[in-house]
Design a protein. Structure first.
Ligand code: 13P
Length: 332
C-alpha cells in the first residue's frame, strides 16, 4: 500500500463540506443509547438502526466516512446486502474502531490505558479485506486533582502511536483520538493545559514510531469548560482557544482534525465547529467532525425502534449531517 493511498483517503475523509459519522459504539455503549429510547439491544435492532442511518438518501453529500464496530462491519441489511457494500455504493468510506477499550491503568486508580495492540496486525489485515479504509483508536484522559498522570499520558500516547504505525502498514488511515473528557468542575484553562500536554506527547510518540502525518487524522476534544464548572466559556472563546491550542501542538502536515462531540449537545457541537471555521486565525489543516452523539441523538429519538419512524429518523440524521457539513465551511 502506498503513501499516496493513505494521503488520498485522509484527504477524502475531510473533503470540503463533509465529515465522519462515528457509529462504532461498543455493545455496552449502544445498549446505553437504546435504553434511553426503551429499545432492547438485540443484534437485529442494532442492525436496523444502523441500516436506517446508512441508507439515508443523499447523506453522502455531507458524510464522507462511517466508523463501524466489529459486529457492524460483518452485518448485512434486511435484504441481505452487506452494510459495507451499502456504504460503498453511496460513496461513503467504511472505517473500523480497532481498540479494545479503555482499561484500568495499573497503579493509577481511576485512570485508564486503551488496550488492543496484541494481535492488531492480523485484525487490521482482516478489516482491510472486509472493506475498511480507515481505523480509529481512542485514548481517554480524565481531569481530576491528580489526573491525568504522566504515566497515563505516556502509556496512551505510546499505544496510539503503535496503533497508527500498524494501521498505516496495513494501508489503513489511522484516526488518532486522544480524548480529554469534559466531565468535572475544572475551568477552560485546565482543559487547555491538559489538552496541550496530551497532544504534545501524542505527536512526540507518532514521530518516534515514524507515523506518516500526511496519512492520518487527529480526533481531539475541543478546549472547553468542565461540565460542572460554574463559569462556562462561550462559543467564541471555545473556538479561539481550541484553534490556538491546535496551532501550538499539531503539525501542519496533518491533513485534517475531526473533532469528537464528547457529550456536547448536538447544536453546541455544530456551533463550535462553525465558529472555528469562521476565525481569521491560521488553520493549516481542515477542521471537521467525527461525531457520535451529536449526529445520532436526534435520529435515535425520532426512530425509537419503530419501522414506521425510519423516514423521520433519516430526516433527523440528514438535518444534523447537513448542519455539520455547513459548519466545516463556517457557512452557518
Ligand atoms: P462522540 O462524538 O459521541 O464523543 O463520539 C465520538 C467517538 O467516536 C468517541 O470515540
Amino acid at each position: 500500500m502506498s503513501d499516496v493511498t493513505l494521503f488520498e483517503t485522509a484527504q477524502a475523509l475531510v473533503e470540503d463540506g463533509k465529515g465522519i459519522l462515528a457509529a462504532d459504539e461498543s455493545a455496552p455503549t449502544i445498549k446505553k443509547r437504546f435504553d434511553s429510547i426503551d429499545v432492547e439491544s438485540t443484534e437485529e435492532n442494532r442492525r436496523d438502526y444502523r441500516e436506517m442511518l446508512f441508507t439515508t438518501p443523499d447523506v453522502a453529500s455531507y458524510i464522507s466516512g462511517v466508523i463501524l464496530f466489529d459486529e457492524t462491519i460483518r452485518q448485512s441489511a434486511a435484504d441481505g446486502t452487506s452494510l459495507v457494500k451499502i456504504l460503498q455504493s453511496h460513496g461513503i468510506i467504511p472505517g473500523i474502531k480497532v481498540d479494545k477499550g479503555a482499561k484500568p491503568l495499573a497503579g493509577y486508580p481511576g485512570e485508564t490505558v486503551t488496550e488492543g495492540l496484541d494481535g492488531l496486525r492480523d485484525r487490521l489485515a482482516e478489516y482491510a479485506n472486509l472493506g475498511a479504509r480507515f481505523t480509529k483508536w481512542r485514548g481517554v484522559y480524565k481531569i481530576t486533582e491528580e489526573a491525568p498522570s504522566s504515566a497515563s499520558i505516556s502509556a496512551n500516547a505510546h499505544a496510539l502511536a503503535r496503533y497508527a504505525a500498524l494501521a498505516q502498514e496495513a494501508g489503513l488511515v489511522p484516526i488518532v483520538e486522544p480524548e480529554v473528557l469534559m466531565d468535572g468542575p475544572h475551568d477552560i484553562d485546565v482543559c487547555e493545559a491538559v489538552t496541550e500536554e496530551v497532544l504534545r506527547e501524542v505527536f512526540a510518540q507518532l514521530a518516534m514510531q515514524d507515523v506518516l502525518l500526511e496519512g492520518m487524522l487527529l480526533k481531539p476534544n475541543m478546549v472547553i469548560s468542565g461540565t460542572e464548572c460554574p463559569e462556562q466559556a462561550d462559543v467564541e472563546e471555545v473556538a479561539e482557544r481550541t484553534v490556538a491550542s491546535l496551532q501550538r501542538c499539531v503539525p501542519a502536515a496533518v491533513p485534517g482534525i475531526v473533532f469528537l462531540s464528547g457529550g456536547q449537545s448536538d447544536e453546541v457541537a455544530t456551533a463550535h465547529l462553525n465558529a472555528m471555521n469562521q476565525l481569521e486565525m491560521a488553520r493549516p489543516w481542515k477542521l471537521s467532525f467525527s461525531y457520535g452523539r451529536a449526529l445520532q441523538a436526534a435520529p435515535l429519538k425520532a426512530w425509537s425502534g419503530k419501522t414506521d419512524n425510519v423516514a423521520a429518523g433519516q430526516a433527523a440524521f440528514m438535518a444534523r449531517a447537513k448542519a455539520n457539513g455547513a459548519a466545516t465551511l463556517g457557512a452557518l
